[in-house]
Design a protein. Structure first.
Length: 326
């Protein structure tokens, strides 16, 4: 099997994305080309492999995808380093609310994701909330297993507090593994007896590393992006193969969720992680908290990243949720 060069990878992704991603406002009935684009981008590498070579390709693919898809009009990006963690403020160029912030935890199965990839949703969060958004490159597995990512998230939270934000001035957001990280950050703050953020924005959060939800079976053939094999691969890379995945430090679904912030949870009907969202909303409500679950028809894992109408609808709903919290 021939090895793809970075140039080959770039050309293939650019062709796929530029020719197949639909234009702004495209209806749900026209998602055929989108699904083909997602599958093509996702198949550039073997995403069940965590070998150094395959991880390098996966990370490069995500970074390029972010550069091609991230909103740029009216957005500014200012890099910084917090301790040893690369980070970036993503802000609106025109007037906006400087008293509040979003701390955004990117997805990528804990094995992928850089600032360029994070910029897609960070930019959309800035647009829908009017807040400055702080994203960061937490350390990735398998080079850095649990609890490295949680430690980095806590360091970013401490940085925001040092900069003068109060806990109630900050919304924590995350998608996929980043949703897991957002929840684990809140659980860590709770364990330390510290104040919780104003709210949580969770996009297709990964909450159950045991993969016990029924959607892992019922959505197996519907999901254009994720497979159980992928989940098992990145899970082992992050925790080690002998971990107890029922432990709340890996699966926040099984944690004591009392005292958690109000949460908006968005998920698509066509993804194997759908049960992770449904069960999390139920568990938060049973714990006496507030959780609003939004399920988007014919949508896939973290569809909010894409330039389609339903992504706009979802991000507008996220903005309204934040405004109601305030």
């Amino acid at each position: 099997m021939s090895r793809r060069t970075p140039k080959d990878l770039t050309q293939r992704l650019e062709t796929v994305i530029k020719t197949l991603i639909p234009q702004r406002g495209q209806s749900a009935d026209e998602l055929g080309p989108m699904m083909r684009a997602i599958k093509a981008v996702h198949s550039v590498t073997d995403n069940t492999s965590t070998s150094p070579e395959d991880l390098e390709r996966q990370r490069a693919a995500q970074e390029l995808f972010g550069r091609l898809v991230a909103p740029s009009l009216g957005i500014r990006n200012d890099g910084l380093t917090v301790g040893s963690v690369p980070a970036e403020w993503v802000s609106l160029e025109h007037g906006h609310d400087r008293r509040h912030a979003v701390l955004y935890c990117h997805g990528g199965g804990y094995t992928c994701g850089q600032l360029g990839y994070a910029r897609i949703l960070a930019s959309k969060l800035a647009l829908c909330t009017g807040f400055d958004v702080l994203s960061f490159e937490y350390r990735l597995a398998p080079e850095h297993r649990y609890p490295a990512a949680v430690q980095d998230a806590l360091a970013m939270w401490d940085y925001l507090m040092y900069m003068g934000y109060g806990a109630r001035d900050v919304v924590v957001a995350g998608d996929s593994a980043g949703g897991n990280l957002a929840l684990e950050l809140c659980l860590k703050l709770k364990a330390q007896g510290r104040a919780q953020p104003l709210g949580l924005l969770l996009f297709s959060p990964w909450t159950d590393m045991t993969a016990s939800g029924k959607s892992y079976r019922t959505c197996r053939d519907l999901d254009p992006l994720l497979t159980l094999e992928y989940v098992e691969a990145v899970r082992a890379a992050y925790t080690g193969p002998e971990a107890n995945w029922e432990d709340p430090c890996y699966s926040p679904l099984f944690a004591d969720l009392r005292g958690m912030p109000p949460a908006l949870i968005q998920v698509g009907t066509n993804e194997i992680l759908r049960s992770d969202s449904e069960r999390l909303a139920e568990a938060l409500q049973k714990a006496g908290g507030y959780a609003k679950l939004e399920i988007y028809e014919e949508c896939w894992h973290v569809f909010q990243q894409m330039p389609i109408h339903r992504a706009e609808v979802a991000m507008e709903a996220a903005g309204r949720f934040v405004q109601r919290l305030m």
